[in-house]
Design a protein around this ligand. Structure first.
Ligand code: SF4
Length: 347
């Protein structure tokens, strides 16, 4: 049975959430108390159930600051999940991330609190479509963004994240004349430009798009630069090439956070999902952040109640199950990513 906190325990937990900067993000006292009751119960239960809670940086602030054992981008989370020392993983993110955790932790129970949380990129391509592309472009290695289903990963040669896509695609071009990059069309166009490769003949992409990042436009960047002189503008590599050409940094969320940490600027604008700006505000309270973000409905589908439910009594849909044979095939290109990203490859 889930332990119930006393009034004093709830107030002490609410103070902890306050000290993590949630009030600065707009949480009222009543909201902090409501969250505190749930985070206290989740934290108590995760010890009893021997569970870890990885949390993606786009998740709600009460989840990141309230219950996360580790927080990060897809690459960091997949590495940490591979080393997770617990019976259960309660993944606060979207389905392809929880599937990646399952692929790397076959014998553990993996739970996805927001069972329906998908991703427009992941849903843009199927395993069958990858097989057809491979037949059309024989010999070209399939480099697949981590935002894909287990079935698509299983058809791939190597997985990449926004943090290492450029490095790994460049390595593939050292061995091959043509590379298939799936499924993010905009990231593929950005990579082709950055690596000086011809789109369509050398770097072949798919038509997937992130519904959050495809909608930012370059025109507003010039306006913001006038309004906030000295602002550093950072954009996610899933944004359009037009936008990417007018910003100070293009990269993954980890690259953006590290840029903010290492530079001194009058202000910063993080062009990505709103969760990253919230996290940056709590992590760097002395810095100024100009709002320019969009919400991902999939990422925001996770709430504390659903995390608690997954720990207490998971629904069948919250349990992430994958056939062993599929896990084995999908694990290979992920391990290949770890080798290539860390220069451990033999070739
Ligand atoms: S932000 Fe975009 S890429 Fe990330 S989960 Fe949402 S739709 Fe998918």
């Amino acid at each position: 049975m889930t332990p119930e906190p006393t009034r004093a325990q709830i107030e002490s937990e609410a103070e902890r959430l306050f000290s993590r900067g949630l009030a600065d993000l707009g949480y009222t006292d009543a909201e902090l108390l409501r969250c505190a009751r749930l985070t206290w119960k989740i934290n108590a239960l995760k010890k009893l159930k021997d569970a870890v809670i990885p949390v993606h940086v786009y998740q709600r602030a009460e989840i990141i600051h309230g219950v996360a054992d580790f927080t990060g981008d897809s690459y960091k989370l997949s590495k940490l999940c591979a080393q997770a020392d617990a019976k259960r993983i309660v993944f606060c993110g979207v389905r392809f991330m929880a599937e990646t955790a399952k692929i790397l932790n076959e014998d553990k129970e993996v739970l996805l609190p927001a069972a329906e949380a998908g991703c427009s990129l992941s849903e843009s391509i199927t395993g069958e479509q990858v097989r057809r592309l491979k037949a059309k472009h024989p010999g070209a290695p399939v480099v697949t963004y981590i935002n894909t289903s287990a079935e698509v990963k299983a058809e791939s040669d190597v997985i990449v994240t926004s943090a290492n896509a450029s490095k790994i695609v460049a390595k593939m071009f050292e061995m091959h004349e043509r590379v298939l990059f799936l499924p993010d069309e905009l990231m593929g166009r950005n990579l082709a430009k950055a690596l000086g490769r011809k789109l369509g003949s050398e770097l072949i992409t798919w038509k997937g798009r992130c519904i959050v990042h495809e909608n930012f436009d370059a025109a507003s960047v010039a306006l913001y630069r006038k309004m906030y002189p000295g602002v550093k503008i950072l954009a996610h590599s899933e944004c359009s090439p037009g936008l990417v050409s007018v910003v100070d940094l293009i990269g993954g969320t980890g690259d953006m956070m590290s840029y903010v940490e290492k530079t001194k600027a009058s202000s910063y604008m993080l062009i990505t999902e709103c969760g990253l700006g919230d996290l940056a505000r709590t992590r760097f309270p002395e810095k100024t952040f100009v709002p320019m973000c969009r919400l991902c409905p999939h990422m925001k589908a996770t709430g504390l109640e659903r995390v608690l439910r997954a720990l207490e009594r998971p629904t069948p849909a919250q349990r992430v199950e994958l056939p062993r044979e599929l896990c084995a095939r999908a694990r290979k290109p992920i391990e290949r990513m770890f080798e290539l990203a860390e220069d451990r490859a033999k070739e």
